[in-house]
Design a binder for this molecule. Structure first.
Ligand code: GRG
Length: 298
C-alpha cells in the first residue's frame, strides 16, 4: 500500500505521460513541420490523461515496469487524441473548443485536422511495435491486436458510427449502453486490460474480473460526462457545455434525469470497487481512480 496521496500519484503519472508523449511525437521542426506542429498541438499540454492513469493503476496490480506502462499509455492517449480531433471536425460534432483551446481544424484547417488524426493513430501502433510491452512476445502481439480492436469498427470507431446514427432517435437504456460500451468504453476497458498485461501474468479469472471493472468504469465515465455536459459550464469543461441537449442527443441525463444518473454512477462505482476488493492493496490506485472518475468536476 502506497502512502503517497492519490493527487500526488495522479500528478506524477500526468507528468510522466506528458514527457512520454513529447518523446513519442515527431519534433515540430522536422518536415512536414506544419503537420508535426499540429500533432503536438492536439496531444500536448491538456487533457486529464484518464486512460494513461488507468494503465498505470492497472499496472500496479501486476508490479509492471513503468517504462512499459508509459509506452502503452502513450499509445492509448495518441488514439484518444486522434478521436477528439476527428470528433470535433465539421463533418462530425463540429466544435470549436477542446481542452480550453481552439480545435485543430479551427487553429489549422480541416485537411490538416484529418491528417493529424490519421498520423496520430498510426504513430500509436508504431510506438507499441517498437518496444516490448511484456516478457512474452506472443502476448505482445496479442496486446497490439487488442488495441486495434478497441480502436476500430468493433470498438471506438464503431461506437462513434452508432452515435452519429442516433441523433434525434429515442434510444432505450440498453441501446445507449451498447453505444457507449463501444464509443467511450472500449478504450477505457482496453486501458485497464493492457496495463494489467504489462507485468506478471494474471490468471483468466482475474483478467475476466478486470474486464468487468473496465466495462463498468467505461460506462461510469460516460454517465458522469453526460451529467457534466448538462450541469457544468464551458470554462470549467474546456469544451462546449450543453451540446448534447442542443444537438438532441440521447444521453443518460435525457433518459434518466440528473438525479437518477447520479445514483447510477454511484451504483456503478460500488460495483467496480467490490470487484476490485479481492485484489487487496494492489488495487489501491485503481479504486482511488474509480472514485475520482465519479467525483470529477471536468
Ligand atoms: C472520431 C473515430 C472517432 C471517434 C470519436 C471518443 C469519441 C469517439 C469522441 C469524443 C466525444 C465525446 C465528448 C465523448 C464523450 C466522452 C469522452 C470520450 C470525453 C472526452 O474524453 P476526456 O474527458 O477528455 O478523457 P480529455 O480532454 O480529458 O482527454
Amino acid at each position: 500500500m502506497s502512502h503517497r496521496s492519490f493527487s500526488q500519484w495522479m500528478g506524477d503519472i500526468q507528468q510522466r505521460t506528458e514527457a512520454a508523449l513529447d518523446r513519442a511525437l515527431p519534433a515540430a521542426d522536422v518536415a512536414p513541420e506544419r503537420l508535426h506542429q499540429a500533432m503536438r498541438y492536439a496531444v500536448l499540454g491538456g487533457g486529464k490523461r484518464v486512460r494513461p492513469l488507468l494503465v498505470h493503476a492497472a499496472g500496479q496490480l501486476v508490479q509492471a515496469d513503468n517504462a512499459r506502462l508509459d509506452r502503452i499509455a502513450s499509445a492509448l492517449e495518441l488514439i484518444h487524441a486522434y478521436s477528439l480531433v476527428h470528433d470535433d471536425m465539421p463533418c462530425m460534432d463540429d466544435d470549436a473548443l477542446r481542452r480550453g483551446k481552439p480545435t485543430v481544424h479551427v487553429e489549422y484547417d480541416e485537411a490538416t485536422a484529418l491528417l493529424v488524426g490519421d498520423a496520430l493513430q498510426t504513430l500509436a501502433f508504431q510506438h507499441v511495435a517498437e518496444a516490448s510491452l511484456c516478457d512474452d512476445p506472443v502476448r505482445h502481439i496479442a496486446m497490439i491486436r487488442q488495441l486495434a480492436i478497441a480502436s476500430g469498427s468493433r470498438g471506438m470507431a464503431g461506437g462513434q458510427a452508432i452515435d452519429l446514427a442516433s441523433v434525434g432517435l429515442e434510444l432505450n437504456l440498453s441501446e445507449l449502453e451498447f453505444m457507449h460500451i463501444h464509443k467511450t468504453g472500449a478504450l477505457i476497458r482496453a486501458s485497464i486490460a493492457l496495463g494489467a498485461q504489462c507485468g506478471r501474468p494474471l490468471g483468466d479469472e482475474a483478467m475476466a474480473t478486470l474486464d468487468h471493472v473496465g466495462k463498468v468504469v467505461g460506462l461510469l465515465f460516460q454517465v458522469v460526462d453526460d451529467i457534466l455536459d448538462a450541469e457544468a459550464d464551458t470554462a470549467t469543461l474546456g469544451k462546449t457545455a450543453g451540446k448534447d441537449a442542443a444537438n438532441d442527443k440521447p444521453t443518460y441525463v435525457s433518459l434518466l434525469g440528473v438525479s437518477r444518473a447520479r445514483e447510477l454512477a454511484e451504483e456503478m462505482c460500488q460495483d467496480a470497487l467490490a470487484s476490485l476488493a479481492p485484489f487487496g492493496d494492489t488495487a489501491q490506485r485503481l479504486s482511488e481512480l474509480t472514485r475520482f472518475i465519479v467525483r470529477r468536476q471536468f
